[in-house]
Design a protein around this ligand. Structure first.
Ligand code: AMP
Ligand code: MG
Length: 517
C-alpha cells in the first residue's frame, strides 16, 4: 500500500486531463477524519473485460478515450489522472444484525468527482473497486476477483436499464495477477460511479465513536449537496437532520419496492451496504428470482435467511432505524428525546406499502387505482408462491396476453402460454377470471403498453452471468457485451435472443454465490 505524503501539495480541484475530465473533489476537501489519501496499487498487464458506452455517455466521457491505453491504465489504478485526488473513506456498520465496528473502503478507492454534462449540471464520484489495499482492508488483499466484478458490472447496468436507482458501472478491467479466495482466481477492477458513495455506515461510524462534530460536518455535507430541500423544511420543528432521515427513508422505500416488484434479492443488506441516496449499492451475491419463492435466500453465506427476498422490506426499515440512531445526537437535542427521530422514520411504513402497491398495479396494467386491486394482487402473489412459477416469465407472458387481448379479445388461445406455466390449471383459471373481471373496465391497449414497460423480458439471471463469467475466464468477453446490450433495454423484444429470456437450465439451481468476492 502506498500512502500519499500528507504534506504533499493537493492538486488543484479543477483540472483538464487528456480525458477532458473536470474534477471537483468536494469530499476530498472535507477534513482528514473522513478518509485516508492514497494511490491505487498497480496491477500488471491489464486488459478490457467490459465497457458500458451508455455509462460513459452519462458521465460525459469521450468514448474514444474509453478505448485508449491511458483509460485502461487509469481505470485499473496504474495511473493517477491529473486532478484526481484518490482516497479511501472510513465507515462502520451493522453486519447480519450485529455491530461490526470499523470497516471502510477496504478495496474501493475514490478517484474524485467529475463534472458531467448532464443538465442540470451535477457531479459524479468515480470509484475503483478492487484497486488494492487501504488502511481499512482489515487483513483483506484489497482485490476483487473477475467473476464478482463481472456480476457487479452487468447488474449495475441492468438495474439502471430497469429504471431502479443504482450506482453505475463504467467498465471492468482484468489482469492475470492471482488472487486467493477458496481457489486461486484472477484480479479485476470495476469502475463505478454515483453522485455519492456515502453509506448509512458512514454516519454510524462517527456517531458510535462520539465524534459528533464530524457527524454534523458529514451530515451537513450530504444535505447541502444532495438533499438541499431539507434545509428549508418546516416539518420536524424545522430540524434538517430529521428531514434528511425522512427523505432517506422515502427513497429507500421506493428502491426496495422496485426490488420486490422485479424479484431482485440484494443478498447482503448490511448497513454499510445501504446508500444514503437510496441507490442499490455493492452487488455481491444478488439474484433475480427464477421460480417465485418468497423465502428465497440468494446468499450462500446467509444461513439464517436474514436477507431472504421477503425479509428485504423489514430489513431496510431495521437499517433505517440504525441510521436514525446514528443521527439521534443531531436530531434530538434533549437527552432521551427520541420523538422526532421516530417520527421521521414513520414515513417508511406508509411509503413502502403504497409504493409496492403502485408497482404491483403497474405490473397488472391497472392504470386507475380501485379498491379491489389489492385482492387481485394478493391472490396472484399467493398463487405464484404456492406454484413457484417463474417470476419474470409469468409477468412477461401476462403482458403479452394483455397485448393480444387488446387486438383479438375473443381468441381463446391467447391465454395458453400463460396457462402452460401452471400445473394447477384450475387455480390459474380461477385467478384469470378474477383478473379479467377486474380489468374489464380498463383500456386493454393502454394496460398492455404499461405492462410491457413494467415487466422486463430480460433480467440478469444467475446462469446468464455464469455463462459470461465462464467465457471470460477463457478470455472471451463477447458474452458480456451481448448480455449488456440486452440488459440495457430489458423491456425491448430483441428478436433472436429468446434463449436469454427462457427458463433457467437445471444446472442453474446448483449455482452457489456467497460473500466471497
Ligand atoms: P462487502 O461485503 O463487499 O460489502 O465488504 C464488507 C467490508 O469488507 C468492506 O469494508 C470492504 O471494503 C471489505 N472487504 C471486502 N473484501 C475485501 C478484500 N478483498 N480486501 C479488503 N477489504 C475487503
Ligand atoms: Mg460493501
Amino acid at each position: 500500500m502506498k500512502t500519499m505524503n500528507p504534506l504533499a501539495p493537493i492538486p488543484p480541484s479543477t483540472t483538464e486531463t487528456s480525458a477532458n475530465l473536470h474534477w471537483h473533489n468536494s469530499f476530498a476537501h472535507l477534513q482528514n477524519d473522513f478518509f485516508t489519501r492514497l494511490v491505487p496499487s498497480t496491477l500488471p498487464s491489464p486488459y478490457w473485460v467490459g465497457r458500458s458506452l451508455q455509462a460513459a455517455q452519462s458521465l460525459g466521457l469521450d468514448t474514444a478515450w474509453l478505448a485508449s491505453d491511458e483509460a485502461l491504465q487509469a481505470l485499473t489504478g496504474n495511473l493517477v489522472l491529473p486532478g484526481s485526488e484518490p482516497l479511501a473513506s472510513v465507515y462502520s456498520g451493522h453486519q447480519f444484525g450485529v455491530w461490526a465496528g470499523q470497516l471502510g473502503d477496504g478495496r474501493a478507492i475514490l478517484l474524485g468527482e467529475i463534472q458531467t454534462s448532464a443538465q442540470p449540471l451535477r457531479t459524479q464520484e468515480i470509484q475503483l473497486k478492487g484497486a488494492g489495499r487501504t488502511p481499512y482492508s482489515r487483513g483483506g488483499d484489497g482485490r476483487a476477483v473477475l467473476r464478482s466484478s463481472i456480476r457487479e458490472f452487468l447488474c449495475s447496468e441492468a438495474m439502471h436499464g430497469l429504471g431502479i436507482p443504482t450506482t453505475r458501472a463504467l467498465c471492468v478491467t482484468g489482469s492475470d495477477a492471482v488472487v486467493r479466495r477458496e481457489a486461486l482466481e484472477t484480479a479485476a477492477v470495476v469502475t463505478r460511479s454515483a453522485p455519492s458513495f456515502i453509506r448509512f455506515g458512514h454516519f454510524e461510524h462517527f456517531s458510535y465513536n462520539d465524534q459528533h462534530t464530524q457527524l454534523q460536518t458529514l451530515t451537513d455535507y450530504v444535505i447541502d449537496r444532495h438533499y438541499p430541500a431539507c434545509r428549508d423544511s418546516t416539518k420536524f420543528n424545522g430540524n434538517p437532520y430529521a428531514a434528511l432521515l425522512e427523505a432517506v427513508s422515502e427513497r429507500t422505500a421506493h428502491m426496495v419496492a422496485q426490488w420486490q416488484a422485479v424479484g431482485f434479492c440484494h443478498g447482503v443488506m448490511n448497513t454499510d451496504n445501504m446508500s444514503i441516496l437510496g441507490l442499490t449499492i455493492d452487488y455481491g451475491p444478488f439474484q433475480f428470482l427464477d421460480g417465485f419463492n418468497p423465502a428465497h435466500i440468494c446468499n450462500h453465506s446467509d444461513s439464517q435467511g436474514r436477507y431472504a427476498y421477503n425479509k428485504q422490506p423489514n430489513v431496510a426499515y431495521w437499517n433505517l432505524f440504525c441510521l436514525g440512531q446514528a443521527l439521534l445526537p443531531l436530531i434530538s437535542t434533549t437527552e432521551g428525546d427520541q420523538e422526532l427521530t421516530l417520527a421521521a422514520l414513520e414515513s417508511y411504513k406508509t411509503v413502502f406499502p403504497s409504493a409496492m402497491e403502485a408497482r404491483m398495479r403497474a405490473k397488472l396494467g391497472l392504470t386507475a387505482p380501485q379498491p379491489p386491486d389489492r385482492a387481485v394482487i394478493e391472490s396472484i402473489l399467493q398463487l405464484l408462491s404456492t406454484t413457484h412459477v417463474d417470476y419474470t416469465i409469468f409477468w412477461r407472458r401476462l403482458s403479452n396476453y394483455m397485448a393480444q387481448m387488446a387486438h383479438a379479445p375473443t381468441n381463446a388461445a391467447n391465454a395458453e402460454p400463460l396457462r402452460d406455466l401452471f400445473l394447477d390449471r384450475a387455480a390459474f383459471d380461477a385467478w384469470l377470471l378474477q383478473y379479467s373481471e377486474h380489468i374489464n373496465a380498463v383500456d386493454m391497449a393502454q394496460a398492455a403498453d404499461l405492462m410491457l414497460k413494467t415487466n422486463p423480458k430480460f433480467v440478469l439471471r444467475n446462469h446468464l452471468g455464469e455463462q459470461a463469467i465462464r467465457a471470460a475466464h477463457l478470455k472471451d468477453f463477447s458474452e458480456i457485451d451481448r448480455l449488456l446490450k440486452l440488459l440495457e433495454s430489458p423491456f425491448d423484444e430483441h428478436p433472436g435472443f429468446e434463449a436469454y429470456a427462457d427458463f433457467p437450465p437445471d444446472w442453474a439451481s446448483g449455482i452457489e454465490i456467497s460473500c466471497s468476492s
